[in-house]
Design a protein around this ligand. Structure first.
Ligand code: KIV
Ligand code: ZN
Length: 512
């Protein structure tokens, strides 16, 4: 058996399904390009029948992305499978991922089907999918709460029907490493009597064991793991890609397996995902959290200064987090910027670089030193250039200890200019009141988060806002050295995303 573990990234499907993480088509395509550079083996790009937006994202990614296989999810029925293939058919390597639940609890209460019917449906669906491609994966949803003998039977039959990959999901994050090892070993033994197929595991993190269970699965013989960037996903999330990859890199002595992922692309990919979704990574998150390389305790700092390996098992640069002290400033030219961006793993066309350079100069005029983190913000903004209904032209405000804060806003909506004045409890409130007067929306601000991206009083401030309107929610981000301007940008960004969501409203509800 080969020691290569295939990385099946499901950030754009299982990850995107989680509340607050939805992405529009452009954002999904952007992230898919990052996943390609990260060198994952399979990208699950979405669930094509779930909505027009999902369909479009999967088909665009299938058409344009070279390298990784592109998978699309389908329930075990002809309509879902045909729709999935319709989106995947342009891919050089399209994979139909068919699933049906196999646990007693799901079969009885959700599917209202007898086990024999589930078995028959699974086989028929795999046969139907095989009519489009020989690259068919079958998942037994809620496998870890299913009867192992029934699982063995259904897997055996779908393999006979032509499934090439068998996925064992711990859908509700219920299993433990020892238990999962036994299950994976048992199923592998049973199935390999029929044919040599690729065994895959898909673990959720409800008990905080997703990565541990995934590693247990690999040790038991799984050679595909399903995971997400930053561990995002349904409820407590999926197994985190960066943790699995780094465990396999660092602990070869305990798990003698490898992946083809380029670890230096981990940080840029993780950061892009947080910038797209507006949801920051928790500071203490393993591998990519802000504090993952911060040594606070004196005794630790002393140790690291004497010998890095005393307290550091991973170097920041291993995951593409630059430890360089090279700082750009207002005298830096286009070449220096291009070189620095290349070191950080970003390459741009001349047009893109020109736009970034212009913004870099504006920033460098306001800030003496431009750090890598600042550059990443500029890169992310360039990456997220998209159709925009709302554009912020200017924001001016006055505020002080003896006056009522007042703000003037100029916005273009579909190219038409609008101007309003607003007052409020503070300058941000005044700005938001002025914007609300213009957009006349019923949207409600539900969260407002301010953080500094770099240190110093001239740091770039990052504002993230969550807004809601008639059951739809959206997240916006703004970055500026002026926190009030950043707040206005964040609100406008959230309105643009909400607008995109409104256009894709027919998103059907699915109970996976
Ligand atoms: O968690 C799960 O069971 C899934 C399947 C659709 C693979 O996401
Ligand atoms: Zn899942």
């Amino acid at each position: 058996m080969s020691n290569k573990v295939q990385i099946f990234d499901t950030t754009l499907r299982d990850g995107e399904q989680a509340p607050g993480f939805s992405m529009n088509v452009d954002e999904k395509i952007k992230l898919a390009h990052h996943l390609q550079k990260l060198n994952v083996d399979v990208i699950e790009a979405g669930f094509p029948i779930a909505s027009e937006g999902d369909f479009e994202a999967v088909s665009e990614i299938a058409k344009t992305l070279k390298g990784p296989e592109i998978a699309g999810l389908a329930r075990a029925n002809k309509k879902d499978i045909a729709r999935a293939w319709e989106a995947l058919k342009y891919s050089q390597k399209g994979r139909i991922h068919v699933f049906i639940a196999t646990s007693e609890i799901h079969m009885r209460h959700k599917l209202r089907m007898e086990p024999e019917e589930v078995l028959e449906r699974a086989v028929k669906s795999v046969e139907f999918a095989r009519g489009f491609t020989d690259n068919v994966e079958f998942s037994a949803e809620d496998a870890t709460r299913s009867d192992p003998d029934f699982l063995a039977e259904i897997f055996t039959e779908v393999v006979k029907a032509g499934a090439k990959i068998i996925n064992i999901p711990d859908t509700v994050g219920y299993t433990t490493p020892d238990e999962f090892t036994k299950l994976v070993r048992y199923l592998k033994e049973k199935i390999s009597k029929v044919k040599d197929v690729l065994i895959s595991v898909h673990c959720h993190n409800d008990l905080g064991l997703a990565v541990a269970n995934t590693i247990a699965g690999i040790k038991a013989g799984a050679r595909q793991v399903e995971c997400t960037i930053n561990g995002i996903g349904e409820r407590a999330g999926n197994a985190s890609l960066e943790e699995i990859v780094m465990i396999l890199n660092i602990r070869k002595d305990v798990v003698d397996c490898y992946t083809d992922v380029d670890p230096k692309r981990i940080y840029p990919t993780s950061r892009t995902l947080s910038l797209i979704t507006g949801i920051p990574v928790q500071p203490n998150k393993a591998i990519i959290g802000r504090n993952a390389f911060a040594h606070e305790a004196g005794i630790h700092q002393d140790g690291v200064l004497k010998e890095e390996t005393t307290y550091e098992i991973i170097k920041p640069e291993d995951i593409g987090l630059s430890s360089s002290t090279l700082v750009l400033g207002k005298h830096s030219g286009r070449h220096a910027l291009k070189t620095r961006l290349k070191t950080l793993g970003y390459e741009f066309s001349d047009d893109e670089l020109n736009r970034i350079f212009k913004k870099f100069k504006q920033l460098a005029d306001k800030k003496k030193e431009v750090y890598d983190e600042d550059l990443e913000v500029l890169v992310a903004e360039e990456s997220l250039r998209e159709y925009k209904k709302y554009r912020l032209d200017s924001v001016n405000f006055a505020s002080g200890s003896n006056m009522i804060p007042v703000a003037t806003i100029q916005i273009k909506i579909d190219g038409k200019p609008f101007e309003e004045v607003g007052c409020g409890d503070g300058p941000v409130d005044a700005v938001y009141n002025a914007i609300e007067k213009i957009v006349k929306g019923k949207c409600k601000l539900t969260r407002f988060i301010i953080s500094a991206i770099t240190s110093g009083s001239d740091a770039l401030g990052e504002v993230t806002v969550h807004i809601e309107e008639e059951g739809l929610s959206s997240i916006g981000r703004g970055t500026n050295t002026d926190i009030v301007v950043a707040s206005a940008e964040a609100f406008i960004n959230a309105l643009n995303r909400l607008d995109v969501k409104k256009k894709m409203t027919q998103k059907k509800e699915f109970n996976l």
